[in-house]
Design a protein around this ligand. Structure first.
Ligand code: ATP
Length: 465
């Protein structure tokens, strides 16, 4: 019987044991909220990224790519408003010195402080304090500080003649990837000559000094974003927004995410320049509920206008058909790769009883996302003719499919290991294979086995992946 039972500890432990995700710098005691991806994690993450790039760039003729640098002119963040207001409200426990996000503390009491000022936040916190309700979630103490602003910008001194970080020499690690897209909007327009509406997509690292980051790879201080800015005629924002909402929703379904596991969250309080903002939320069993994985925002002409103003470069668009010049409006889609990874892992993680008293842990990834598509086993390790035949099959498949050759332990153990890394097909070469030129293919989910001719294997795998 299949059972979904994946509290976070199990995902964290499997991720480390099986080479998906490791705590960063672990031999030095680790570094808070930073993670490294191991062999299988890297493959899975790349497959999710590639599925996004395929849908957003390869299969469209109106979106082009960009791979921008992490370091950008500090003026970028002045223009975008990040330097003035990219911060979260922080509360400290005076007793145990734990730090919390005040908006998250309020959320636990049903108070929405999205985009609210410190005055509102502190007034709400004080109400809870007066009612004796507000306690440190860590130690239970009621001695908490007032909320204060904590900037999420990560600073560096790249290229600076001194170590000291002063206002003049500080440079920031980008807090989101879309900055490059706005700054390279004109070069993209001049070099690839797209016509409105068109988009620029990019995958890359972003950095945020998150106050609290205790949810494994859901919230990290270094993470990857998948962002696309779609530049549109001002009068066509609404229909483009609706199209992108639908397109992004459908992408999750195409990835194998169950429709009942995702939902829309509508932002009621919008930034002054925005006309619409929705998030796609996934129901993380490991985090106890629905949480944001992607934001889809109609951002008006704010970004291009601000960068025009601050840089002195004209970022307007001339429309040949109507002979008009204007600043395009933007519809943005922005997802976090680590969050998508956790979503895919969360949905795939399954513990099930295979026989009376025997259970297995299996990652039921959609085959196209699975890190390893096929594992190839010789039935016995000490029979050279089986090993040679298995190697031959492995060599014939590996240029097209990510495969693994495994002759460790007995077949049962090999199946369990491949189940735990989510390999959809295990191919065993036995004595019959030597005569009949076929293999046993074992399906990960049904555990059923079929004999398939070696000459047919590529087609068999292609059809199923
Ligand atoms: P949150 O409210 O969870 O802090 P956000 O609304 O600030 O997220 P955006 O700035 O809209 O997030 O970023 C777009 C996407 O980038 C998010 O939907 C999320 O998937 C991802 N993301 C943002 N911050 C982080 C982080 N610290 N760690 C991992 N992914 C992140």
């Amino acid at each position: 019987m299949e059972q979904k039972n994946n509290p976070m500890e199990k995902l964290v432990s499997l991720s480390k044991r099986r080479g998906f995700v490791f705590p960063s710098s672990e031999i030095y005691g680790g570094l808070g909220a930073i993670y490294d991806y191991g062999h299988y994690g890297t493959l899975l993450k790349n497959n999710i990224r590639d599925a996004w790039l395929k849908a957003m760039v390869q299969e469209r003729d109106d979106v082009v790519s960009l791979d921008g640098a992490i370091f950008m002119s500090p003026k970028t963040w002045e223009a975008s408003g990040h330097l003035a207001s990219f911060d979260d409200p922080q509360v400290d426990c005076k007793k145990c010195r734990s730090r919390f996000r005040a908006d998250h503390l309020l959320e636990d009491f049903g108070v929405n402080s999205d985009k609210a000022g410190l005055e509102f936040i502190n007034a709400e916190l004080n109400k809870l304090k007066d009612g004796g309700k507000l306690k440190c979630p860590n130690c239970g103490s009621k001695d908490l500080t007032e909320a204060k602003r904590f900037s999420l910008m990560v600073k560096s001194n790249l290229g600076s003649p001194t170590d000291e970080l002063t206002e003049e020499n500080v440079i920031y690690l980008r807090p989101e990837t879309c900055g490059n897209i706005y700054l390279q909007y004109k070069n993209t327009l001049d070099s690839t000559s797209p016509k409105l509406p068109f988009g620029i997509a990019q995958v890359g690292k972003a950095f945020r000094n998150e106050i609290v980051a205790r949810q494994f790879i859901f919230r990290t201080r270094e993470f990857e974003q998948l962002e696309m800015q779609y530049f549109v005629f001002p009068q066509e924002v609404k229909n483009n927004y609706e199209l992108w909402k639908q397109t992004r929703w459908d992408w999750y379904l195409s990835l194998g995410i169950k429709p009942e596991n995702i939902r829309w969250y509508k932002h009621e309080k919008l930034a002054h320049y925005a006309s619409e903002a929705y998030d796609i939320e996934y129901n993380f069993e490991s985090l106890g509920g629905f949480k944001e994985v992607e934001g889809i925002h109609a951002r008006g002409d704010w970004d291009l206008s601000q960068h025009s103003k601050f840089s002195g470069t004209d970022l307007s668009y001339f429309d040949e058909a109507t002979k008009t010049r204007f600043v395009p409006h933007v519809v943005e889609t922005s997802a976090g790769l680590g969050r998508l990874f956790l979503m895919v892992l969360d949905q795939a993680y399954t513990e099930e009883e295979v026989k009376e008293g025997e259970s297995r842990t299996v990652l039921k990834f959609p085959p196209k996302l699975a890190p390893i598509k096929a594992a190839i086993f010789p039935l016995l390790k000490n029979k050279p003719e089986l090993v040679a035949k298995a190697r031959e099959v492995y060599n014939s498949l590996k240029s097209e499919f990510m495969c693994e050759f495994d002759d460790n332990g007995n077949i049962g153990k090999r199946y369990r290991r491949q189940d735990e890394i989510g390999t959809p097909f295990c191919l065993t070469i036995d004595f019959d294979s030597l005569e009949k030129d076929d293999v046993t293919v074992r399906d990960r989910d049904s555990m059923e086995q079929a004999r398939i001719k070696i000459s047919e294997l590529k087609n068999y795998l292609r059809d199923r992946i």
